[in-house]
Design a binder for this molecule. Structure first.
Ligand code: ADP
Length: 257
């Protein structure tokens, strides 16, 4: 618990610091962009026009990055509603297909008669897409991704030390490269990435983690180097308008690890 508290404080401090720096940096970049665009207008025949364009492009990329950092550090309040997981997944089916690589196969398995959950639709969609993109990046040579929604089993709850009857499990399982011990330990840290500059922001998992924690759930990671990764989102069941929870149609979901 002390470790978790330390981690939470660290994330809060990183968030605050990032917000401050990103805000000031954004203002500076705005000045740079305005000046460069003015220079272009005043000297349309300048021999260094291509250099100005390069600088504009760079500054625009920087501005997009600071925007992302600002969005991350601002704790946007969640819009909580009662959600049916099947609808949530259905809504982003197209986006998921667009995000995956051509050599990947994707399966979706939704247990029947799952209780509804309560959550913020947009934020959960973003979190899920981030997980799918991570799975894609971990499988450059192809592989399989399973997105599954089911009730936790006793086995899951022992692992997670969570009350199983209160959650629906949304899992993204891949057969990719997996993570070494240090990566697995640090993966949720904001800005921790093993990807090339411009490819990874190191914010995907920390954002997903933040969203789920805000909802009162939990994000669990399990990874085996060379075998694959499972990310579980424990999403709290909504007790308003809860659909009768029937037996799950999948008792145990296939795991890559
Ligand atoms: P990013 O994807 O931008 O690097 P994330 O916070 O989503 O940021 O992930 C942090 C790091 O965790 C990644 O750089 C990668 O090393 C590791 N990681 C995340 N998901 C997976 C996965 N499915 N398989 C292997 N490694 C992963």
């Amino acid at each position: 618990a002390r470790e978790a508290l330390f981690q939470a404080r660290k994330m809060e401090a990183v968030g605050r610091l990032t917000g401050g720096v990103a805000h000031d940096f954004n203002n500076l970049l705005t000045i740079v962009l305005i000046s460069l665009n003015l220079a272009k207008k005043r000297a349309p025949d300048s021999p260094v026009l291509d250099l100005i364009d390069n600088a504009i492009q760079g500054a625009e990329r920087g501005a997009a990055m600071t925007q992302r950092m600002l969005a991350f550090s601002r704790h946007q309040p969640l819009k909580i509603e009662t959600l049916v997981i099947a609808d949530l997944l259905q809504g982003i089916q197209g986006l998921i297909r667009q995000s995956i690589g051509p050599v990947m196969r994707i399966h979706t398995r939704i247990a029947s008669a799952l209780p509804r959950i309560h959550g913020d639709r947009n934020q959960l969609e973003t979190a899920l897409l981030n997980l799918v993109i991570n799975a894609r990046d971990a499988m450059p040579g192809g592989g399989e991704v399973l997105i599954s929604a089911r009730l936790p089993t006793a086995f899951d709850s022992v692992e997670a030390v969570m009350e199983p009857n209160e959650y629906v499990l949304l899992e993204v399982v891949d057969t990719g490269d997996g993570m070494d011990e240090e990566t697995a330990r640090r993966a949720i840290e904001p800005f921790f990435t093993t990807k090339d500059v411009g490819k990874g922001t190191g914010l995907g998992l920390s954002m997903a983690h933040g969203i789920v924690e805000q909802l009162g759930g939990k994000l669990m990671l399990e990874s085996v180097l060379g075998k694959g990764t499972t990310v579980q989102l424990w999403l709290p069941i909504s007790h308003e308008l809860t659909v009768q929870a029937g037996p799950s149609s999948i008792a145990q979901c296939a795991s890559a690890t």
